[in-house]
Design a binder for this molecule. Structure first.
Ligand SMILES: [Zn+2]
Length: 294
């Protein structure tokens, strides 16, 4: 099981916010989207990003590996300025854009909660006042080593911060972020296989290969000493919401849901920042250069 990376996640997420604030003061960076305007995201790009992420939509029906009857809300489309901003955050070292993206994710999470409540899912199993636990989908070990942080966790913490869209609708019984999902260490033959494929990347894999690669790749555990001692989180019938940055086929989300449910959690839906596929589009834009490697 991959543990050493997870040990630092909570600390990394906390430090990221503080560092971000410090860097903004000391080194004002240009806009992460256009590179010209004032950073972290200039006024023009902020408006464009908002245009691509203002209307959260349920993408479950178009994700081939996610059950169509289980909500998966995307804050926006993985397109244009929104995609560029997500890439800058994930792979360009622009942690200072986390507040903008966190707010976008918060809009999707709020939409998901409203729909879950509308469906009566929450009242059917959860007691009143039991806010769903928000579980970030972890990065692969390789992606974590490269970045030093887990994008979905940083964004989930931003999205659930005080005065977020989520806190406005949840009040005092606000959802908490629980980074209990862990990427399992893969067997040697799979690692060797992945080295061969590295040049191709996951986006070069077929939907079936991507699904096979995700199967049994996640487990539930606790970071740090508690995890080493073999303690496991008790999700006993708690409503859970999965959070990820980009959804491509839904296979990683499905595997995450399997692991959460194996630990007794009840997955009521998923929220992603952006989706490569959108309802009403015949041709998913796989040509978009997105990092589907975790
Ligand atoms: Zn700009």
């Amino acid at each position: 099981m991959w543990r050493d990376g997870r040990t630092y996640d909570a600390a990394a997420a906390a430090v990221a916010g503080t560092l971000t604030d410090a860097i903004e003061v000391i080194l004002p960076q240009p806009c992460a989207v256009c590179g010209l305007g004032r950073g972290p995201v200039c006024r023009v790009c902020r408006a464009l990003v908002h245009r691509w992420s203002a209307d959260p939509v349920n993408v479950a029906p178009v994700l081939p590996h996610w059950p169509s009857d289980r909500l998966c809300i995307a804050s926006g489309a993985y397109r244009h300025e929104f995609a560029r901003l997500i890439l800058a955050f994930k792979n360009g070292g622009r942690l200072d854009t986390a507040p903008v993206l966190g707010r976008a994710l918060g809009r999707g999470l709020a939409a998901l909660l409203r729909q879950v409540e509308g469906q009566g899912t929450q009242s059917s199993g959860a007691r009143a006042g039991q806010a769903p636990v928000i579980i970030p989908v972890p990065s692969s070990a390789r992606a974590f080593r490269r970045r030093g942080f887990v994008p979905s966790e940083v964004l989930a913490r931003r999205a659930t911060a005080p005065r977020s869209a989520l806190s406005a609708i949840q009040g005092s019984a606000r959802s908490k972020v629980a980074p209990v999902l862990m990427a399992r260490r893969r067997p040697t033959h799979a690692v060797l296989d992945s080295r061969v494929r590295r040049a191709v990347g996951q986006k070069g894999l077929s939907a079936r290969e991507r699904s096979a690669r995700a199967a049994s790749s996640m487990t539930i555990g606790l970071p740090g000493l508690a995890g080493v001692m073999g303690l496991r989180p008790d999700l006993g019938n708690r409503p859970c919401i999965l959070v990820d940055d980009v959804a491509t086929t839904g296979s990683t989300l499905r595997e995450s849901a399997r692991a959460v449910e194996a630990a007794g959690g009840r997955v009521v839906g998923a929220a992603v920042l952006a989706s490569v596929r959108l309802p009403g589009e015949n041709c998913p834009m796989f040509s978009a250069s997105h990092p589907a490697d975790g």
